[in-house]
Design a protein around this ligand. Structure first.
Ligand code: FAD
Length: 494
């Protein structure tokens, strides 16, 4: 993607502030939010008949389509390009992630084979250490999520020892605990918040909770007292792991999207908001609308709903077998990603650089990593919005206001970098990712997640795993493809 968005009207010439990009809320809201447009007339005859229709071209929907590429499949996407929150952009020939950035290097044979089959050069994408660095009170602390890095942190000796013991326990748990597997080990951790676990169970002081705060808001969408200890611990296990490493392509996880779409026999139809769904015993019909108002009626034997449940529940007719109560406990965070562009005089030790005590943004990466101080580069700021309630504020916030807030924050810590910013590009995600608040995973995993198949309708999306990460999206996409095959097979037998 190259940026062609207009500058904000009336803005100053330096830095140039571009209009919001990212999630295009308008078309979806127009159809789904009250009073909402009625879905429009349903044509009598389908424009397209397929075996499987996929709603949503995020990683989960694309993965499902990829695993069904020997069947007749169409993917319908509301946005103007595939990828969902895996968005990329480019500046002066430098690719950078404008959304989801990194994933874990495939640690077992099945994952490695999956990436290899997609032709992704994962070896070349392994991030050179230190993967993470902490910025606190004007100083850098590299490799902050490792036993070695913890020993250097500017906290009292007792805090460092407490963190080291936590790191040891995380390493031991990692041997037996697969957070994305079916087993739900240590369910008691889901009944409390991460802050409660750190402070009451492990006796760590609030500064230790504050140390994890930027990580929590960025990766889990909310603060340590708002996310479940189970989710926090299962994410931190990977960060502290001696065994696992992260990988990142220059344009982030948009590279996965490109590989998946390239492997599909039929390209996703973008700019199509699915606004209506009907299902009978032997088929499903989807009504999609484009921005200009023209409609597309798709008939399928099975439909995979790979959008977030906040959107998909609008589509479900009473005869689908799912009710509003199945999805009411899903909560989502909201997010701004900002690219500050120019000859920025800044260097940072980590791939991911965490800002402790800074409210305006939680972390940043520099693209390209390790480039000389005055070279043109992109400083990508991750700025999760307050949870709950950040989304309405985000949707109303003018670009100049958001850009000014972030530039001021950068100038407080890195004045030389802020002085070099020539252009600011802002990307917003109104429903960025599902938030694993205390009790949510128990509800999904022990008390019964919404049944993933109802007749010919199949659920996908990372929110079904309750954990917002690339691997969850891929696994949910794979499961949805298997379920679609079962639905097709039962139709073929009948
Ligand atoms: C800013 C940000 C940074 C992140 N960074 C990382 C990271 O570094 N590493 C990591 O592991 N995870 C990261 N994540 C999380 C991870 O990328 C996501 O969990 C994953 O990509 C989500 O994929 P998905 O398919 O489940 O959902 P989505 O990406 O939400 O895709 C759903 C798609 O459905 C479409 N859709 C919705 N409704 C309709 C409709 N009615 N009709 C047609 N289409 C519709 C949407 O437009 C969207 O494209 C990040 C998330 C965000 C927001």
């Amino acid at each position: 993607m190259t940026d062609q968005s207009d500058p904000v009207p009336g803005g100053t010439t330096r830095p140039l502030i571009r209009k919001w990009r990212g999630e295009v809320a308008g078309p979806c809201h127009r159809h789904f939010l009250p009073p909402g447009e009625p879905p429009g007339a349903w044509p009598d005859r389908p424009d397209l008949r397929v075996e499987v229709a996929v709603v949503g071209a995020g990683l989960s929907g694309l993965t499902a389509a990829y695993h069904l590429r020997d069947r007749e499949v169409v993917v319908l996407e509301a946005g103007t390009q595939p990828g969902g929150v895996c968005l990329a952009d480019e500046y002066a020939g430098i690719p950078y992630p404008a959304g989801s950035a990194y994933s874990y290097y495939p640690w077992n044979g099945a994952w490695a084979a999956w990436y290899r089959d997609l032709g992704l050069p994962v070896e070349a994408a392994v991030v050179e250490p230190p993967a993470s660095a902490l910025y606190y009170r004007g100083q850098w602390f590299p490799d902050c999520y490792s036993a070695r890095g913890v020993r250097q942190l500017p906290f009292g000796a007792a805090v460092r020892e407490g963190l080291l013991r936590l790191a040891e326990d995380l390493a031991a748990w990692e041997e037996e605990w697969d957070p994305l597997g079916e087993d739900f080990s240590h369910p008691e951790l889901d009944r409390r918040s991460l802050a409660d676990y750190l402070e009451r169970e492990r006796g760590l002081p609030p500064v230790a909770t504050a140390f994890f705060a930027p990580y929590c808001v960025s990766c889990l969408g909310a603060l340590p007292h708002q996310v479940s200890a189970w989710a926090g611990v299962s994410f931190l296990m990977s960060e502290f792991s001696e065994a696992s490493r992260i990988m990142a392509f220059p344009e982030g996880n948009a590279r996965l999207v490109r590989a998946l779409t390239a492997a599909l026999p039929r390209q996703p139809l973008v700019g199509r908001v699915v606004v209506g769904l009907t299902c009978t015993r032997d088929r499903v019909r989807l009504l999609a609308r484009a921005a200009e108002g023209e409609t597309l009626l798709v008939e399928a034997q099975a439909v995979i709903l790979a959008g977030g449940k906040f959107a998909m529940h609008h589509l479900l007719p009473p005869e689908s077998g799912w009710g509003a109560e199945d999805f009411e406990h899903f909560r989502y965070s909201s997010y701004v990603v900002a690219a500050l562009l120019g000859p920025l005089n800044i260097q940072a030790p980590g791939y991911e650089n965490w800002m402790m005590g800074e409210e305006a943004f939680s972390d940043f990466i520099l693209s390209p990593r390790g480039s000389p101080p005055q070279a043109r580069k992109a400083m990508i700021l991750y700025a999760p919005q307050p949870f709950p309630g950040g989304r309405p504020q985000l949707l109303q916030q003018p670009e100049a206001e958001q850009a000014t807030r972030l530039l001021r924050a950068v100038a407080r810590h890195f004045p030389e970098a802020a002085a070099g910013v020539e252009e600011v590009r802002l990307y917003r995600f109104g429903h960025a990712q599902v938030v694993p608040y205390p009790g949510f995973l128990t509800r999904l995993r022990q008390e019964g997640r919404p049944r993933p198949v109802q007749g010919r309708l199949i659920l996908a999306h990372s929110d079904l795993a309750g954990l917002p990460c690339v691997e969850a999206a891929i696994l949910e996409g794979q499961k949805a493809a298997r379920r679609a095959r079962e639905v097709l097979a039962s139709g073929e037998k009948g």
